[in-house]
Every structure is written in C-alpha cells, then in structure tokens.
Design a protein around this ligand. Structure first.
Ligand code: SAM
Length: 249
C-alpha cells in the first residue's frame, strides 16, 4: 500500500523476520535504510531482488537531506519501506523524525512489527513485565549516571536499558551503589545469537559474577523495580499513634 512502512528486522538470527515484512520489502517501490548494505544483504538472504529500485540511505546524520527524498516518493503515491540496522526502527534507532514528518504531511504510516532487543530481553529477564520503561542507552558520564538511575527508579517500573559491553561492569557497580546490592537485575547478551546468555540475580551477585569476565557483544540491562517492603511492627505502631492522636473524641 502507498505510504511509509516501518519494517522490523532481525536482532541476530536472520530468520527472525516476519512473512509480512518480507512481502513489504518485496513489494515496496522504494527501500530506505539506515545502512543500505545491511538491507541489501538481508534481502539477499531471503531471496528478494532489489531490481533497480531506489535505495535511500536514511540515518541520524543525513536525516535533514534524506527526508525530502522520502517524502517526495510518498507525495508521488509510492510505497516506501524503512529498515534500520537491526530490530525495530525508532527504538534507539532512526525513524522518529521521518515518521513524524510523514504523519504531519498527511501520508499513511504503517508498522510491520517484529524483533526488538528491548522486548526480547524483558521476555527472558524473569523480571516483572506488567509495567516497564525503555530508556535507550545509559548516559556515559559517571556523574550523570547516578542521577539518571535515581530518576528512573522513581518511575516504579521495570527498566530496560541498552549498554555497551565496555561499560556494563561500571553500570552494575553504580546500580548497586544507587539501588542497593539486593536489587534484581538481568544482563541479556547476544540474544537470538550463538553466544546468547542471560545473567540473572541481585545486583551484588551479578556484579561479583562479572568481576573477572570480559563481556563481548550486544547487551540489554533489565533492572527490577523496588519491591514494596511489608510494613514492620514499628511502622504500624507509629501509624496507630498518629491515628489515635488525630481521632475526634
Ligand atoms: N532498534 C534495535 C531494537 O529494536 O532492539 C536497537 C538498536 S540499538 C542501536 C543497538 C543496541 O540494541 C545494542 O547496543 C544492544 O544494547 C541492543 N541489542 C541489539 N541486538 C541485541 C541482541 N541480539 N542482544 C542483546 N542486545 C541487543
């Protein structure tokens, strides 16, 4: 159908792509991609020829120049498929401004949903999934991170963050410091790939586990929310005292 189609692509295993996503890539008049080589390779794996169709590179650094090209194609009533490097476009990937511009200009926008490392990690984390918050990549400066962690914790939700393997040890140390050694976490590495691994436990346990390990590959950190503490006898006594004092006689 004419319009902009955001197409989710695999986060590791090449076969993690939906049949509909392949249909859209096969039928689109124009392919726009964060990396056109990756897109070409993915299409090749699934036997989809480019057949001389225009391929527009669209990424963080050329959005302003590339957007008019995509919008121009939509203006002509063409269908454009957009794929990011991996997973779902817009999720810590380009696409937001493109979608916004298409919507503002009145063009139809569609999703071909599929893999995203955020949801894959939540699924295997063993942490509460009823309320969660995706926060993208952690900031890199140490000072900013303690504040960032505190802010996230206030949401009272399971937190899903992307982190570089170079900084994951440091992040765990900071999480333990700010949220306490007892907070539950899961480090989800190389999901859907050969060296897939999930490390679950309390912050302190996982930090110690990683102490003499070098982590490689792609990582999602999932952080459990603070567990509501059962009121202690002391709290109850204090509450009772307040109630008695304020009760009309
Ligand atoms: N759009 C993608 C998505 O929907 O998940 C995310 C793109 S973001 C630029 C790349 C980051 O996602 C990686 O640094 C890593 O934190 C996470 N990621 C991607 N693939 C992953 C995988 N197979 N296992 C674990 N984390 C992954």
């Amino acid at each position: 159908a004419p319009g902009l189609h955001f197409v989710a692509t695999p986060i590791g295993s090449a076969r993690d792509i939906t049949l509909r996503a392949l249909d859209i890539l096969r039928a689109a008049d124009v392919i726009a991609a964060e990396d056109t080589r990756t897109a070409r390779k993915l299409m090749e794996i699934h036997g989809i020829p480019v057949n001389g169709r225009p391929m527009i590179p669209y990424h963080d650094h050329n959005g302003a120049e590339a957007r008019p090209r995509v919008l121009g194609a939509l203006e002509k009533g063409l269908s454009v498929a957009y794929v990011s490097e991996a997973g779902t476009p817009l999720v810590a990937d380009p696409g937001y401004q493109l979608g916004r511009a298409a919507i503002d200009a009145g063009f139809p926008v569609f999703s071909a949903p599929g893999p995203s490392a955020a949801l894959a990690a939540l699924t295997v984390s063993g942490l509460a999934s009823d309320r969660f918050m995706f926060v993208g990549f952690a900031p890199t400066q140490t000072g900013a991170r303690a504040k960032w962690i505190k802010g996230l914790d206030a949401a009272g939700a399971t937190i899903i963050a992307y982190e570089s393997p170079k900084r994951v040890h440091r992040l765990l140390g900071e999480l333990c410091e700010v949220l306490g050694d007892d907070r539950e976490v899961a480090i989800c590495r190389e999901l859907t790939k050969r060296f897939e691994e999930v490390l679950r436990g309390t912050c302190g346990q996982v930090r110690d586990l990683l102490q003499d390990r070098v982590l490689k590959g792609e990582i999602v950190v999932v952080i459990g929310r603070a567990v509501a503490r059962a009121p202690s006898a002391l709290d109850l006594e204090a509450a009772l005292l307040v109630a008695l004092q304020t009760m009309p006689l």
